[in-house]
Design a binder for this molecule. Structure first.
Ligand SMILES: Cc1cc2nc3c(=O)[nH]c(=O)nc-3n(C[C@H](O)[C@H](O)[C@H](O)COP(=O)(O)OP(=O)(O)OC[C@H]3O[C@@H](n4cnc5c(N)ncnc54)[C@H](O)[C@@H]3O)c2cc1C
Length: 392
């Protein structure tokens, strides 16, 4: 069988590309259904983009690479498409847009766009061999128990990263890149809960509080959640993408910075109260109980000098922790690293050294923050490759 364009992966980026790549598109995926990660995303409501998406919300060895695609297919373009399909949406927080009804509405929209473009979709199709004979690509596909050879002028690799192998993530994109001589930045889990070697946070499991979590140069002001094995919640997930094994993170438990004045005023009004009781008005009581082992929290508030209270607030503003690791690809929302952007055109997502070969979405070394940014990258990069192919 001969097609113009073979797209491997019917996820967010692959479907978007298929809708824009012109005639003769075949999309293949080994999963039973297209867009499985879209279906489970955002608690089933898909945080499909972010009102404030801009290149600074993305991590890559080349921070400039994502600018072209994000600038030419923006969050406003995707919102216009969603509106065209009358999919109701709302902003939850921090510019994060979610479907009112179901993430399945986004999948149905993308499938409708693919149908409109005449793209074919083969599900439960395994990809084995891929080669390039100088003029085009040849892929061996296994479908319904039999092998078929497909030749294509263009090959678009849209098979995502390694996150959540249970949902079909395989890392095939990195293998294809390596096969064709493109460098790959070491993939690692991102947007992932952090773990600790001891069980120190077990008694705190389920406790949530607002904090500013910093790793390397990045800081995120959002909720944190203590788990049986460590720390999670949006601020920790965000910081995890900037954290490397062996490094510390800093947790500012009093990000508003007004605790010292609060404690001083309690000292005037409730001098006989235990310091821990007063602190528990500002932080979860179970957390204060836990901190007793690490911080000098004995005595009444009246016994605390300004110097002591200042030192305490400084410690609470910079609680330094060394995670042992992360929950890994089993729960990571994304994969950092991927196909080195130096080997790709930022305008078309095409490999510079192999004509007709494209990489889009999560398999590329561009990773977004939590909050709809990763889907926006999938839409923008998928659109950029699709446009380039259609205009060939
Ligand atoms: C639980 C969860 C929730 C998330 N929520 C959000 C959110 O709300 N907002 C947001 O912006 N991002 C979210 N993300 C991240 C987002 O889902 C991804 O960044 C995005 O799906 C990447 O798109 P993609 O098309 O590159 O890859 P994917 O969507 O992962 O698609 C890749 C496709 O390739 C197929 N494939 C893989 N290997 C093979 C193979 N060997 N042969 C054939 N087919 C193959 C897969 O089956 C899959 O269909 C979430 C991720 C997870 C895991």
């Amino acid at each position: 069988m001969k097609v113009e364009t073979l797209i491997i992966g019917a996820g967010a980026a692959g479907m978007m590309c298929a809708a824009h790549a012109g005639p003769g598109v075949l999309v293949v995926d080994h999963a039973k259904a297209a867009g499985e990660k879209i279906r489970i995303s955002g608690g089933g409501r898909c945080n499909f983009t972010n009102l404030y998406a801009s290149p600074q919300n993305f991590i890559s060895q080349n921070r400039h690479f994502c600018k072209s695609a994000l600038g030419r297919y923006t969050q406003w373009d995707f919102i216009a498409l969603v509106d065209q399909y009358r999919i109701a949406w709302h902003e939850k927080t921090l510019g994060q847009l979610f479907c009112d009804n179901s993430a399945k509405d986004i999948i149905a929209m993308l499938r409708a766009e693919m149908d409109k473009a005449g793209a074919q979709l083969w599900l439960q199709t395994a990809v084995s061999e891929i080669s390039h004979d100088g003029s085009g690509f040849r892929a061996t596909l296994t479908r319904e128990g039999s092998d078929q050879t497909v030749t294509a002028r263009n090959l678009v690799v849209a098979c995502g990263g390694k996150s959540i192998p249970k949902m079909g993530a395989t890392g095939l994109g990195y293998q294809i890149a390596t096969q064709f001589g493109l460098p790959v930045i070491d993939p690692r889990p991102g947007l992932v809960p952090l773990t600790f070697s001891d069980e120190r946070f077990k008694p705190l499991a389920g406790v949530a509080t607002h904090a500013r979590v910093s790793a390397n140069d990045a800081s995120f002001d959002e909720a944190i959640l203590f788990t049986h094995r460590g720390l999670s919640g949006p601020a920790v997930l965000q910081a995890s993408s900037y954290w490397h094994e062996g490094e510390t993170i800093s947790v500012n438990l009093i990000p508003k910075g007004d605790l010292l004045a609060g404690l001083q005023s309690h000292r005037q009004s409730d001098g006989r109260k235990a310091l821990t009781t007063v602190l528990a008005q500002h932080l979860p009581a179970r957390l204060v109980d836990h901190l007793k082992a690490e911080l000098p929290l004995e005595g009444n508030i009246a016994d605390q000098s300004d110097a002591k209270l200042t030192a305490l607030c400084e410690r609470l503003a910079d609680w330094t922790l060394t995670p042992a690791g992360s929950e890994g690809y089993r729960t990571a929302e994304v994969t950092l690293g991927g196909v080195d952007t130096g080997a790709l055109s930022s305008k078309t997502m095409a490999a510079k050294s192999v004509p007709g070969l494209y990489f889009i979405g999560e398999c590329v070394d561009v990773t977004g923050w939590l909050g709809g940014y990763n889907f926006q990258w999938a839409w923008s990069s998928g659109w950029a490759a699709g446009q380039a192919i259609a205009n060939q």
